[in-house]
Design a protein around this ligand. Structure first.
Ligand code: ASP
Length: 338
């Protein structure tokens, strides 16, 4: 089986510098030794090192598009794909690529590491070996974008970084993982549920002005208005629980309604990692539900943000935004939450 590896940066390939960790390890040489030890034929592996390699905290939608372009450029040369990425924004990238690659037809598996390669305590070798294995085993089973970390393969648009230090650094709070490692690996049922309606001929990702705003006890209408001025192209409000906002705060729900009236799609997400946004379930969210706010269902913040960026890049206008946010494009939202 032929595999293409796209290396984007991240701790996995970092070295010490006077100001902290930066990309700079010999990833190509290290991979060659890893593959040799695993008796994998190096001629079946192709490798791209993106330039510049980045700490994924610096990733933007332009970097998502660079990854997509590299995968598409090598599509016919490989059966499965692995993307090496920093952990900080890996779940944003994996969600973003899931929307743009619904027509790709081959598995793409992201991974990274909490420690740089070559360190005795590093999880790099285990994660890369796991991601290669996951990518190969996915052929014929799962052709979407996944993320392998620790001992699990997750759907790339259902996963969040949940620990800054644990070797099980990611979790998928609202859906089962796709698989877990072991002898043998176990593949969970619901893989078919990862399918969505797809998106034909996606336009490239571009950068759009999307505000992500947290509710917090005591937030005022004036503060929220300031955060929505000038108007962004879309806003994601991270509310409480099932999408609840402090409706007794004078003028606060009016600020949200005004933004909607100005044509800004306002998506209400939750601060709960495991959430099902149900606007209007409590009276506190009734006014914003009636004003046209869009609930994010059980999507992760990363899947929600990447989807908003995807829809803006496709030129979807405010009138169609709600429908698309609640439609599963690539398995990012559960059918019961539609
Ligand atoms: N700051 C690093 C990055 O996201 C963290 C990591 O890779 O674990 O690139």
């Amino acid at each position: 089986m032929r595999i293409h590896i796209t290396y984007t940066g991240g701790t996995i390939g970092m070295v010490e510098s006077p100001h902290g960790l930066v990309p700079g390890a010999d990833m190509r040489g290290w991979l060659r030794r890893l593959l040799d030890d695993a008796h994998m034929d190096p001629s079946l592996i192709s490798f791209t090192e993106l330039s510049p390699l980045i700490d994924s905290s610096n990733a933007t939608p332009d970097n998502w598009q660079t990854m997509i372009d590299d995968l598409r450029a090598h599509r016919d040369e490989a059966d499965a794909f692995v993307v090496l990425h920093g952990t900080d924004t890996m779940s944003y990238s994996s969600a973003a690529l899931s929307y743009a690659l619904t027509d790709f037809g081959k598995p793409v598996v992201f991974t990274g590491a909490q420690h740089p390669l070559g360190k005795i305590e590093s999880d790099a070798a285990a994660n890369v070996a796991g991601a290669l294995n996951a990518a190969m085993q996915s052929v014929g089973r799962f052709h979407g974008v996944g993320l392998f970390f620790g001992q699990h393969l997750f759907a790339g648009n259902r996963v969040s970084k949940s620990s800054s230090w644990a070797f099980e650094g990611f979790s998928s709070p609202s859906s089962e993982p796709l698989a877990r490692t072991g002898t043998p690996w176990h593949w969970y049922a619901g893989i078919a549920a990862a399918d969505g309606c797809g998106w034909r001929d996606p336009k490239p990702y571009g950068r759009h002005d999307v505000a992500v705003i947290d509710m917090a006890p005591g937030i005022t209408a004036a503060r929220l208005e300031a955060m929505l001025t000038p108007r962004p192209e879309a806003a994601i409000l991270r509310a409480y629980g099932v999408g609840d906002v402090p409706s007794d705060e004078p003028g606060l729900t009016d600020v949200i309604a005004d933004a909607l009236r100005d044509g800004v799609p306002v998506v209400i997400a939750s601060q709960c990692q495991q959430a099902e946004v149900l606007l209007g379930h409590y009276e506190v969210s009734d006014a914003i539900a009636r004003a046209g706010a869009i609930g994010s269902g059980d999507m992760t913040l990363e899947a929600t943000y990447a989807k908003v960026m995807f829809l803006l890049s496709q030129g979807v206008d405010a009138a169609d935004f709600g429908r698309w946010m609640s439609t599963s494009i690539a398995g990012e939202i559960s059918p019961h939450s539609l």
